[in-house]
Design a protein around this ligand. Structure first.
Ligand code: ATP
Length: 231
């Protein structure tokens, strides 16, 4: 995945500036930044949901939006579905829309996470809804998975289950970008960290380097970068 010379404005306000980023395949990358830093926006741009007037996005050698959408699985918060929709209906919708969606893979992940096909969206707790989002997102066979705050509002036991499912169902050659404010909760997953600060990519650093060069955990490193204690 490559981003070149990306600039993005919304309502006249700069959201992302001079973004250049190249990620190797097979890695799990943590996308970190404070509220409003632009993490969701960047994911939506990579996935081809938000159009970019300035910049080039390349995923698996593709630069056209249609091809990128076929290669990228972006977690969706399911706001487009009705409260009365059953999980089974949502699964069938995904299966109809995405050619690479595997019902068998969905069922494996859903069984692991304890999801019940007959439940309606309105009946799901925040944790169960989060598990559904993960199962739907990972059940596609994409080159790049974008997981936008998959642990938001979710209790520690469900968080651990979701993290286990990400490790278990990740293909060796696919890449995952995961953003979350629970930095410590996702730390065990990560190979590399990208930090967005002041509309720019401030850092792309392997986790090993954070440990060997700075002798810090990911959260402590991230906070020091934000506080300007690491330049
Ligand atoms: N539709 C929109 N119209 C105008 N501004 C927007 C729109 N969507 C996002 N923004 C602005 O873009 C900036 C980046 O928002 P974004 O949601 O990408 O940040 P984030 O890092 O994902 O934040 P959070 O961690 O709180 O989810 C914010 O300043 C936000 O106010």
């Amino acid at each position: 995945m490559k981003i070149e010379e990306l600039n993005y404005k919304k309502g006249g306000k700069k959201i992302l500036e001079d973004v250049n980023l190249k990620l190797d395949s097979g890695k799990i990358i943590g996308l970190l930044g404070e509220n409003g830093a632009g993490k969701t926006t960047l994911m939506r741009i990579i996935a081809g949901v938000n159009s970019v007037p300035e910049g080039v996005i390349t995923v698996n050698g593709n630069t056209k939006k249609v091809s990128i959408k076929e290669n990228v699985s972006l977690s969706d918060h399911l706001d487009g579905f009705k409260a009365t929709n059953k999980i089974s209906e949502i699964v069938h919708f995904y299966s109809a829309v995405y050619q690479d969606f595997s019902i068998t893979k969905y069922e494996d992940i859903a069984n692991f996470l304890g999801l019940d096909m007959t439940k309606k969206l309105a009946a799901l707790s925040t944790g169960t809804r989060g598990k559904l989002v993960i199962a739907l997102t990972l059940a596609r066979s994409a080159k790049l998975y974008l997981l936008d705050e998959p642990l938001s509002g979710i209790d520690s036991i469900s968080r651990k289950k979701i993290i286990s499912s990400i490790i278990r169902w990740k293909d060796d050659d696919s890449t995952i970008i995961i953003s979350d404010h629970y930095v410590t909760a996702i730390a065990s997953l990560l190979d590399e960290v990208v930090i967005i600060k002041d509309q720019k990519i401030r850092d792309l650093i392997p986790v090993e380097k954070i440990q060997s060069d700075y002798h810090l955990g990911i959260e402590a490193y991230y906070e020091k970068v934000y506080l300007g204690e690491i330049q």
